[in-house]
Design a protein around this ligand. Structure first.
Ligand code: ZN
Length: 88
């Protein structure tokens, strides 16, 4: 039992000798019960890698383009001219 170590802000006895965790008029914050270990944190973050950008050749002109997108060179998509390409 601590003696003479009350909270400096309220009348509650503080367990750490400084301030107690009680905030008058506020609900107590949600605090994790356990520290997340390095292994657990790194295992969670393995799913956060950015996916690799897929590049395919355009079947119309042969330049590299991303799939499911109109070709930036010839303007073709699915065998049809969808966008008229402009001169840069
Ligand atoms: Zn093309």
């Amino acid at each position: 039992m601590t003696v003479g170590l009350d909270c400096a802000k309220c009348a509650n006895p503080a367990t750490n000798g400084f301030f107690c965790l009680e905030r008058p008029g506020q609900d107590p914050m949600a605090v994790p019960k356990r520290r997340t270990s390095k292994r657990r944190k790194r295992a969670r973050n393995t799913h956060k890698t950015a996916p690799a950008i897929v590049i395919q050749t355009c079947p119309q002109c042969g330049t590299m383009k991303r799939p499911h997108r109109v070709c930036g060179e010839c303007g073709y998509y699915a065998g049809e001219l969808r966008v008229t390409p402009q001169e840069a």
